[in-house]
Design a binder for this molecule. Sequence first.
Ligand SMILES: Nc1ncnc2c1ncn2[C@@H]1O[C@H](COP(=O)(O)OP(=O)(O)OP(=O)(O)O)[C@@H](O)[C@H]1O
Ligand SMILES: [Mg+2]
Length: 240
Amino acid sequence: MEDSSVMDSGITSRKRISFGAEGLDRALNGGIPKGDVILVSGPTGSGKTILSMQFLVEGAKKGEKGLFFAMEQKSSEVIEQFSAFDKNFINLVNSGAIKLVDVQASDFDSFMGIISSEMESIGAERVVIDSITYFQMFFGTSADIRKAIIETQFLIKQRKATGLLVSEVQYGKNYLSYFGVEEFITDGIVSLKAIKRLGGIVRGLRVIKMRNSSHMTKLCPMEITESGIVVYPENPMPLP
Ligand SMILES: Nc1ncnc2c1ncn2[C@@H]1O[C@H](COP(=O)(O)OP(=O)(O)OP(=O)(O)O)[C@@H](O)[C@H]1O
Ligand SMILES: [Mg+2]
């Protein structure tokens, strides 16, 4: 979908950028408001990394530099994993359109130093941190973690990028995030679901909030296909 500057239900006029997953822009009434920082939450295997990488690939196609900060998984593994969905992905990495960084920080200050200098050096317009659950390594209290997420979001906005913060949630729990504070800080939340049903897993995606936009609120069916995540906002979720 093309970027648009169309007013959305009179709330605000913000340029939208395409998320990069088929169908998701329709659930978002046109895409993510440019410059926002969105939480992508879900249990393990729900598609958070794949969706985040599609977001960067979409930007790269439009000439927007993308940065992926790998906190818990090696970037080489992420490249291998995503290349199965997108044969051209390695070319985007080799040409510098998307840069993956293995973050090895022992404290939050050095983490912020890495994020800041990498963003500045390539002029990143789209940024993914996968995942901020790693912040538990830096801090002992939820107040400190909350402050750290606020500072991270501020940095992304200060550098005029649009960001995704990935957060894990425990499988089967109805939480929105790992620490229980992320959802209050970020501008929006895309919640991925993997619901166990007889015969397998049914996947779903719900846009929980998007501060600068109207959006669908229903749980939309979602699939991980051979070309990545596809969302079906017009379809009902299959019955149990
Ligand atoms: N080729 C494929 N076709 C369909 N589904 C696939 C394919 N490859 C992987 N998957 C699905 O994608 C899931 C992995 O997605 P992803 O790595 O984005 O999850 P995640 O939410 O980031 O998980 P984690 O929290 O463990 O990092 C796998 O568990 C599998 O169900
Ligand atoms: Mg992942």
